[in-house]
Design a protein around this ligand. Sequence first.
Ligand SMILES: [Zn+2]
Ligand SMILES: [Zn+2]
Length: 347
Amino acid sequence: MTIPKTQKAAMLFGPNDVRVQEVPVPSLQQGEVLVRIMSATTCGTDLKTFKRGGHPQIIKSLPSPLGHEMTGIIVRLAEGVQGFGVDDRVVIANSAPCLQCFYCEKEQFNLCEDIHFINGAYSQFLAVPERFVRTNLHKIPEALAYEKAVLTEPLACVLFACQKIPVEPGETVVVIGDGPMSFLFNQVLQMQKARTIVFGLDTQRLEWIKQSGADHVFDSSQVDVVKTVQGLTEGHGAAVAIEAVGLPQTWEQAVQLVCKGGRVLCYGGCAKGTEMKLDTYRLHYDEISILGTFHYTPSVMDEAIRLLAEGRVNTAILTAEQRTLNDLQNIFLGKDPKPALKYLIRP
Ligand SMILES: [Zn+2]
Ligand SMILES: [Zn+2]
């Protein structure tokens, strides 16, 4: 393809301010590849970043490119690129570990002391930095469409989280939250043959999650959450509770929902400096475990691509609403006429 000199890119200028700009198509440094972005998806992290006008780890200066869930096709290679060629279809992961630090040595790549993040899914072209090409760029199998592969990153976060709480078939798992991550948790938990109970606040979102196969969904403003879970588990509580909201009060609630020996997975990240109350009795005498999880490691991206390629994840509901770069401002302001768990963006 002929590569133009300039491109359209959605740039974050400050709180609640995304503008589509005409910017240069980046030139490449040693080890980099240029990707024509084919599809991107909106994500809760982007929304948070939009509202705050930045992100402490991910966006250091403004105006900044935005968006981190993306697929595309390689259109140009710099010197020194190994393992990739022009016309390769790829998922670009949004993080790249250093492979050398204390944590990387232990293969805890998500905890890397010098992890790099990339934004720019909402642009037509992206120069993928050398470290990303080397550590976290993934080819898309021929049969897998860009519009499905674009969910690799959020699915990888969920798969990585689920590794922390191995679920036995038939176990009851509560998911608190009705966003896209709750949707994906339900997909993965169904593969593991768990019985799922979901609590949320949005009737439409709960309906989508139910359609995707959740066993029970409840509007948590209409029911007593603890009693509901007890009622469905002969009074014991669930084997696992996953918090996918990111509020201290729902973290605390998750602790109340598990049986003795149960596992609580705190997936939703809370604001910095927040604290939770913990009944120590539950931890000691009831032997519950409380686990955190952050992000994912590169190998889990491959696992996510494999599941998507095998058609084992319902992607249709998550990518039904397709938009362009010009729609992003309205989407993030919540003004898009059609509500959706995610929007598929074609830059
Ligand atoms: Zn995301
Ligand atoms: Zn590292």
